[in-house]
Ligand binder design. Sequence first.
Ligand code: ZN
Ligand code: ZN
Ligand code: FE
Length: 759
Amino acid sequence: MTTLKRVDVHVEGIVQGVGFRPFVYSLANRLGLAGRVRNDVNGVHIEVEGAHAGVAEFLTALERDAPALSEIERVTVVSGEPAGHSGFTIATSDPSGPHRALVSADTATCDDCLRELADPADRRHRYPFINCTNCGPRFTIVRGVPYDRLRTTMAGYGMCDDCAREYHDPGDRRFHAQPTCCPACGPRLRLRDARGVDLCGDPVACAATLLRAGRVVAVKGLGGYHLAVTASDERAVATLRGRKHREEKPFAVMAADLAQARRLCEIDDAAAALLTSRARPIVLLPRRQDTPAARVAPSVAPAGRHLGLMLPYTPLHHLLLAELAEPIVLTSGNVSDEPIAYEDADALTRLGGIADAFLVHDRAIHTRTDDSVVRPGSGEVTVLRRARGYAPEPLALRRPAPRPVLGCGAELKSTFCLLNGRRAFVSHHLGDLENYDTLRAYAESIDHYRDLFGIRPELIAHDLHPDYLSTRHALQQTGVEHVGVQHHHAHIASCLADNGDPGPVIGVAFDGLGHGPDGTLWGGEFLRADLTCYERLGHLAQVPMPGGTAAIRQPWRMTAAYLREERPGLDVAARNAERWPAVLQLAASGLNSPLTSSAGRLFDAVSALLGIRDTITYEGQAAIELEQRADTSETGVYAAAITPSGLPDGGPFVVEGGDLVRAAADDLAAGIDPAVIAGRFHNSVAAAISRSCVALRQATGLTAVALSGGVFQNALLLERTVQRLRAAGFRVLKHVRVPPNDGGISLGQAAVAAARDRS
Ligand code: ZN
Ligand code: ZN
Ligand code: FE
């Protein structure tokens, strides 16, 4: 008789909702072991007993063969006396104790489910809610932990006998798949008109007919409602723009598959991998030059060489796109900058004036989540918006936080971050906090994450800007320690945390605007920074923003601020002749003209100078279009003077951005193509950064540079800057997992608070 061995195994990480228990069950059975497995609030708990060799193999295979969607963070094994289990069972969840289990992100429909979806003999043939342990809704339907059907928005659907059989069959792909359902027992699809009256016929076929006829159809997705029109139909796209009050910001396009996507954009292997990844983000891709204009209507993405493209990620998308056989615009269901609609009644009210029909269903969305946006670069990916498919999965940090932290983020592109131990839960993108609905969603989401992940923050980190609603939210919380973190320090700390690097580094934080402790607006900063502290070693020369926020909406004002002297023959002055002299005067007087060192405003000034964008309709537009226009083959460079500090204590040096604007104006006057000038300008900013860093290396001995801030969403600038820095011998840190824009600020704040707490 062989001696028996028993172990208690505890597995932590992303192990719920990813088929972990079924995997354990079949593994134990294959090895002839007895015992049981169950979810608890900390992860998955396994008791297993049997022959020594079998138990040893079990422990090896547990980590080696874990399900694709799982992410094991820690396995704890304790040996004990065999309890005499007969067979192996899956026990019910234990919901007691402190909550620490992880919830996985929503996942695109898997190939197995797609096969069944297309199979006329399958009972889920063309069923828009097909899913299994490897795919389907997760975070958006979860109300609480542990992850069980009862704590999701599927709780109201009793399983039919067939579904229940699969659910309880360890050999089935849907064994313990919480959202599993079928046409007999699950949610149903409906097509309604704008008054909420059901339209008859097959909802998908009818919706496709409406789209073909140029109508706007609202489609209920995973994280909210989208608005769809046929992408090639200029009139329909223009109608959607008009009704949505979205003038120029590009729309995303959904293609049926890679083959269709390749007809629109240049797609290399890295792009294809992103498009087909289980997160299925919107991928910004270069448009094909040889694409007939008719394939995508001009107003889908005006003034852009790139297109935001995604592939279907729910069965409903697959059915709709297959029916249509051509790409659709699929944009968030909202008016202008409001948050995306996700509740049915609200959607009908808010989108009633936009959509001609609603393709809806009765599976509720618990958490509103936007589509994620990524951009492949030379070999690497930049996340521009981190939401559906990525959140709420935590990022592992290098060192644990002594106490739990909440980072409250900034104002635009807001996120928050809950940090516990080494796990940083950066929330999905929540939007601009200036909006009341967004602010409410922000506060509710913080509570939801706190409950889901059982984190009670003892430190609350926030921006230094007193008027950010995120700062106010932070300061309203009592019984916690408040930690103020300077905006650009948070950007660089975010980049450090993103890369698992403790610093110190030369931090280059280039963005729109952030609150500077000297009372001016920062945004073109060279810092010496680690996770605890920073020192401002240099910055772009300050210029006035004539009219304050008016200068953000009207980039031509920044051209005036930079070109103080009257220049004859400037087109930008002629275009804005009525107000140009007054704005020059305003800038000179300093009245209502706060000083800024913002790199974003420098890009604005050049964009307006070149006649690309005088006034904007969405944030960052002037700089985005400047990048899109730039001749990327151009190698010319303008020189910006780098002026040592005039201060007795050797304060920060100054980079004369004005030199670049003047050089660009000279080229323009000489009749040089604005695209060439835009290319030279990008090269020049990269060169100025590189030269500044070389000077800082001499002064500090630091050889690593971290690049952060919204300006580094600019792929051309990022590429040119990285090239020059690497050529100069620097190690360069870029963002990988969180955005360089203010969506990454919350992670940086939390990392700083934790580092200060450690020291
Ligand atoms: Zn599946
Ligand atoms: Zn069923
Ligand atoms: Fe910023």
